[in-house]
Design a protein around this ligand. Structure first.
Ligand SMILES: Cc1ncc(COP(=O)(O)O)c(C=O)c1O
Length: 404
């Protein structure tokens, strides 16, 4: 029996998402879903695919036309030297891409260095592939980036993979070119693989630059970059992603995993992906402009709460990952929490998460769910529409008795 699965955690995000469906009139600032609808180019392409009866089995690794478009995007936008569309594997979202790659790379006991804080399923994916996740801190004082000397010291003879996630969820931290060059040097020196999770590649603000580590000289040989349509095209529920793998043996293993876990990704959704990539980037630019405005609206609102949540607005992704005023621990509300989200002891972030959900109808994710480094923080998704963000702020004002 697969008892090991009992120790693979389901993230707090999953638990809270399910809990939020039972909250009346909720503010869904918990999961990383955007309020935008998928672009017309995607919907039109899917409609056409349905009318044209594109409802049959497909190639395991994805529609050739879609993979050609993905390969071109990887070459031109991400500057990754992809030789041919054969190197691209279409997946059922980024989640499935990470799963396939971890299963393809890891032997039992291999260590994978993951950022702390980090999107929780990353750790779960490592464990599901019988690997050992090893956290390495990102520091708020460094713009949620590593101390790279510390990263180097975290490498052991058992380390197999450096998992890089820039822009980072939850913090919005963006690694610089210098950071990535140093990480690349470490990977070469210690003969490590790099998994590069670029789910938020397009969501960058304030002139921040997203660079794929796979674009650095020679790095694509040992780096597997992972992408999703979820965030860039507001296609979260449609489930479309892709990975590029240069190494033939690894690609063949990942393809085996894709074959056994999905057969092929939904044909209709793959046609939707063609619609997205053929239409160009105007819709993404529109989303990012609006997300930047929502970031301002939300942080202005937080600033009116009298210091209960503080932090710098992120330069990327769409989360406010803010520090909770530690003195909240001495309030009656802190003492009353700990029931609906039980089992997390005296964790400030879990108690606050529960208070916001049960008394304010505000979805959120406690910082501790992202790793030890996230404790004392809380994550709100500001990709919701302005009305929902304003409603959440009003609810917080009454929770924290702010005079308006
Ligand atoms: C860092 C990161 N990677 C990957 C994903 C996977 O997204 P999806 O499975 O929707 O493509 C997410 C989703 O929230 C994410 O935050």
């Amino acid at each position: 029996m697969a008892r090991y699965l009992d120790s693979v955690p389901l993230s707090g995000i999953t638990f809270i998402r399910d809990l939020m469906y039972s909250v009346k009139d909720p503010f869904r600032l918990d999961q990383g879903d955007l309020s935008f609808d998928a672009p017309d180019s995607v919907k039109e392409a899917m409609r056409r695919a349905i009318t044209d009866n594109r409802s049959h089995y497909l190639q395991t690794n994805g529609l050739p036309q879609l993979r050609e478009l993905m390969a071109a995007k990887l070459r031109h936008r991400n500057r990754i030297p992809v030789d041919s569309a054969d190197e691209v594997l279409v997946t059922n979202g980024g989640m499935h891409g990470i799963y396939a790659v971890m299963q393809a790379l890891l032997e039992p006991g291999d260590e994978v260095i993951v950022p702390d804080p980090e999107w929780p399923p990353t750790v779960g994916h490592v464990m599901a592939a019988h690997g050992v996740p090893v956290g390495c801190p990102l520091y708020e004082s460094r713009g949620w980036r590593y101390d790279l000397d510390e990263l180097e010291k975290t490498i052991t003879p058992k380390t197999k993979v450096l998992y890089v996630n820039t822009p980072n969820n939850p913090s919005g931290g963006v690694l610089t070119r210098d950071d990535l060059e140093r990480i690349a040097a470490l990977a070469r020196a210690h003969d490590l693989w790099v998994i590069s999770d670029e789910a938020y590649e397009d969501i960058v603000f304030d002139g921040a630059e997203h660079i794929s580590i796979a674009s650095l000289p020679g790095m694509y040989d040992r780096t597997i970059p992972i992408y999703t349509f979820s965030k860039s095209y507001a296609m979260t529920g449609l489930r479309l992603g892709y990975v590029a793998i240069k190494n033939d043996a690894m690609r063949s293993r990942a393809k085996t995993v894709v074959a056994y876990t999905t057969g092929n990704v939904s044909s209709i959704v793959q046609y939707g992906g063609i619609g997205a990539l053929e239409a160009g980037r105007a819709c993404i630019d529109g989303f990012v402009t609006e997300l930047e405005a929502r970031r301002t609206v939300f942080y202005d609102g937080l600033a009116e709460l009298g210091g209960i949540f503080t932090g710098q607005p992120p330069r990327a992704a769409f989360y406010a990952f803010v520090k909770i005023d530690p003195s909240w621990k001495s309030t009656p509300e802190f003492k009353q929490a700990g029931k609906a989200l039980a089992g997390h002891g005296e964790s400030l972030s879990w108690r606050m998460a529960e208070h916001l959900i049960t008394n304010g109808r505000i979805g959120n994710v406690p910082g501790e769910d992202f790793g030890a480094q996230g404790e004392g923080h809380i994550r709100f998704c500001f990709a919701r529409d302005r009305k929902e963000l304003a409603g959440a702020i009003e609810s917080m004002k009454s929770l924290f008795a702010v005079k308006v």
